[in-house]
Design a protein around this ligand. Structure first.
Ligand SMILES: Nc1ncnc2c1ncn2[C@@H]1O[C@H](COP(=O)(O)OP(=O)(O)OP(=O)(O)O)[C@@H](O)[C@H]1O
Ligand SMILES: [Mg+2]
Length: 443
């Protein structure tokens, strides 16, 4: 069977096809023919080099199917076998294109120990820097006729905006990174005549976007969508040196439970004028719930803690990593740390964080963080916008400390809100009543 691949690359796609650097990125704006170019390059390489091993990734499985599995099945029908169980195209010459996704941060580890001559990251800004770094370790080759290569397509925005911009736009290199290994071929919708001819409305759609999105997606401007969710966070005003806080100030804690992912506990103190201090954090991975509860108690010795809010998953019945009991909340209660379920509404919660970061009339923000809370200070400014829900934080970010912060702030009355009259409720692990999700914040 003779396979005829339709379409001719436009000049930008041609430049992408001819590049031979170790890291080659294409696009930087919407509709420049990125996905087409990535797919076609992979197919051409697979035919050109018998026995070549290629890995093509997108962040999520539905995107992978839509963008690559289905179009490749169509393009290669009858000439190349598709093995659905392995999600791989097996070429008659022994080459193999494996298609994969890395939805969760840890999903990259499935490729540990595997070797690919070529690795492609479609929509590279959807991948975190550590995922990219890990995948680079899988990109190695023992062939003499081909040196290992990584291909990237990208649009501005998303969790990986910063590293893609640094390497391919700003060309700011660190440690062993070498400038000559990185090539970027910019392409915009106007470089893609096929799309312009087939769908002339698309250009108009891009032109009608709000200004910052228009600049990013139509013009390929990487400065407008830096991607940082809390742009108001400023170390010099939100982070303060630890001091002894008055004993009589009200205190509470908030926890984002995790075992494989880190578990984060934050301690809050409320100044008489309502200003909030996050004065301590505990950030532990792979630690039993009973052990964390004991650490929380020890760290809180001598302090009066009004309550501890926790992510609702602490009430899920599931494996407890060796601890006794039926749910994390029960283990905590048995170890002297009763929990109440946090209000985990995401968008109102992030909005509450934003309100607390805002500078008040007296020139200081409502939220101050002691500089010993290193994980909160590191991860809060690193949160980025979700690629699909622009008001939300991308769940690809390391968000355990910000989530604990959000739960803590949602347990407080809003600034200017009257104090609730109902007394604080505590979770009683032995009660059969379902814990209330809201209305417990009466301190
Ligand atoms: N050289 C080409 N020959 C034929 N069709 C092409 C070519 N380049 C792109 N196309 C077609 O143009 C359309 C847009 O291209 P593509 O999906 O690759 O763009 P993109 O940059 O990935 O877009 P997005 O930013 O939305 O992800 C698709 O229908 C694609 O098949
Ligand atoms: Mg695309």
């Amino acid at each position: 069977m003779i396979l005829t691949l339709s379409g001719t690359p436009n000049p930008k796609q041609e430049a992408f096809f001819l590049a031979e650097a170790r890291h080659i990125a294409y696009g930087g704006a919407r509709g420049g023919g990125k996905s087409w170019a990535m797919r076609r390059k992979f197919v051409l390489l697979a035919f050109r080099y018998p026995g070549l091993r290629l890995l093509l990734l997108r962040r999520t499985l539905p995107e992978l199917y839509e963008n690559h599995v289905l179009p490749l099945q169509k393009e290669l029908y009858g000439a190349v076998d598709y093995q659905s169980t392995q999600r791989a195209f097996l070429f008659p010459n022994g080459s193999r294109i494996k298609l994969g996704y890395c939805d969760r941060e840890a999903d990259v580890f499935q490729y540990q120990g595997q070797e690919y001559d070529v690795v492609g990251l479609e929509e590279a800004t959807h991948f975190t820097e550590s995922q990219m770094q890990f995948l680079t370790t899988c990109n190695r080759s023992v062939r003499s006729d081909f040196s290992p290569r990584m291909y990237y397509t990208c649009n501005p925005g998303g969790v990986g905006h910063a590293w893609v911009k640094r390497l391919f736009i700003d060309r700011n290199y660190r440690n062993s990174e070498r400038a000559e290994d990185y090539v970027f071929i910019p392409a915009r919708v106007t470089d893609n005549p096929v799309l312009l001819a087939r769908n002339p409305q698309y250009l108009e759609t891009l032109r009608n976007l709000p200004e910052h999105l228009r600049k990013a997606y139509l013009d390929g401007n990487w400065d407008v969508l830096e991607g940082q969710y809390f742009q108001e966070f400023d170390r010099s005003i939100h982070v303060v040196k630890p001091t002894e806080l008055p004993k009589e100030w009200k205190r509470f804690r908030a926890m984002d439970w995790g075992y494989n992912d880190p578990c984060c506990v934050l301690w809050f103190a409320v100044a008489p004028e309502g200003r909030l201090y996050v004065y301590r954090e505990l950030y532990l991975r792979k630690t039993l719930s009973s052990e964390i509860a004991k650490r929380v108690r020890t760290l809180s010795a001598g302090e009066r803690i009004a309550y501890t809010v926790a992510s609702p998953d602490a009430w899920q019945q599931r494996g407890l990593k060796g601890a006794e009991g039926t749910c994390i909340a029960e283990v905590f209660a048995k170890n002297g740390v009763p929990l109440i379920p946090a209000d985990h509404a995401r968008i109102p919660g992030w909005q509450r964080v934003r309100e607390n970061l805002a500078v008040r009339e007296d020139g200081a923000p409502n939220l101050l963080i002691f500089e010993n809370c290193g994980n909160l200070i590191r991860t809060l400014p690193a949160l980025t916008y979700d690629a699909h829900v622009p008001e939300d934080v991308s769940d690809a970010c390391e968000d355990h400390a910000p989530e604990a912060l959000r739960y803590g702030l949602m347990s407080r009355p809003r600034a200017n809100e009257p104090k609730p009259q109902t007394p604080a409720r505590r979770y009683d692990p032995l009660s059969t009543a379902k814990p209330a999700l809201t209305g417990f914040c009466g301190i």
